[in-house]
Design a protein around this ligand. Structure first.
Ligand SMILES: NCc1[nH]cc(CCC(=O)O)c1CC(=O)O
Length: 308
């Protein structure tokens, strides 16, 4: 079996696709990479919230899945919309890397907990809103582009630090620049952060699907991501909305899901934790979302949507 792997061409995306290639190889499957540019890679002068969050990093890969140019598409799980068109599906999630965000800087003395004011580069509405909530003395600078571009901007002095997913920083070998790991209890990450997802079109042969699942899918991560993604789907989030959720798997086959919403100005933050059996991951995600909506999330979402 030979698998054509579609991927974006950023260094992080290629690292992730090569990681999938290694896993496939261990399972006896050969593969090749097909590099594809997406709107999210090409349009760098507008914020993600303005381009429209749905599928900016995924549309072009999905087109090629449909026409059979590629067999699978590899994505950061975080970049995938919470609901997919009915002819496409996610068949596997890799074992999750540490899910937390990190502060990255050349200045080792910086800390979010300190009293010193400094500028943080980020383009994520979740990170901006959370910084306003927890660190109102800090300012943010809108910063798009891949990791290498952002670090160049940091070095040019456009900001003093970056707030990034640990997973990407680690995969790109920038661990030396991490000055602080943020606790997930406060800075709860975006849905899916740290895992890599495999997307296919319904037309892919079932024996290929089964072979790929067997070597790639990490079942505890999958259960966690099903819960998180159900939460996001119920909120109809997408990455432009400052929602967050992270599930933990415990050895007794249960998952605990923490998630919520934060207003764009950081003044209101709703967060709750629900636990349940892993077979009910999707239900757990929906129930948590319902609860958040009832507790004022509904109104908060309307406000957020009217402001973006
Ligand atoms: N939004 C872009 C994006 N998509 C996935 C990652 C990092 C890798 C991951 O979370 O799996 C990043 C960069 C970041 O948020 O710092």
């Amino acid at each position: 079996m030979h698998i054509r792997i579609g991927t974006r061409s950023s260094r992080l995306a290629v690292w992730q696709a090569e990681h999938i290639q290694t896993l496939l190889q261990k399972g006896g499957l050969t593969s090749e990479l097909v590099l594809i540019e997406t709107k999210g890679d090409l349009v760098l002068d507008r914020s993600l919230a303005k381009i429209g969050s749905k599928g900016v990093f995924t549309q072009e890969l999905e087109d090629q899945l449909r026409d059979g140019t590629i067999d699978i598409a590899v994505h950061s799980a975080k970049d995938l919309p919470s609901s997919l068109p009915s002819d496409l599906s996610i068949i596997a999630f890799t074992e999750r890397e540490l899910a937390n965000d990190v502060l990255v800087s050349r200045n080792k003395t910086l800390s979010l907990g300190g009293s010193e004011a400094f500028r943080i580069g980020t383009s994520s509405t979740r990170r901006v809103a959370m910084l306003k909530h927890y660190c109102p003395h800090l300012t943010t600078v809108d910063m798009r582009g891949n990791l290498q571009t952002r670090i160049r901007k940091l070095d040019e002095g456009q900001c003093d630090a970056l707030l990034l997913a640990y997973a990407g920083v680690h995969r790109m070998g920038y661990d030396d620049l991490i000055v602080e790991h943020l606790p997930v209890a406060d800075f709860t990450p975006a849905v899916g952060q740290g895992s890599i997802a495999i997307e296919i079109a319904g037309s892919l042969a079932s024996e290929i699907v089964e072979a790929i699942k067997r070597v790639i899918n990490h079942q505890p991560t999958e259960a966690c991501l099903r819960a998180e993604r159900a939460f996001l789907a119920r909120l109809e989030g997408g990455c432009s909305i400052p929602s967050f959720a992270l599930a933990h798997w415990s050895d007794d086959q249960r998952i605990s899901l923490t998630g919520g919403l934060v207003s764009l100005d950081g003044t209101q933050l709703l967060r709750e934790t629900f636990a349940g059996a892993s077979e009910e991951a999707t239900l757990l995600g929906y129930s948590l979302a319902e609860s958040i909506l009832e507790r004022g999330g509904d109104k908060l979402l309307q406000e957020i949507r009217s402001q973006i």
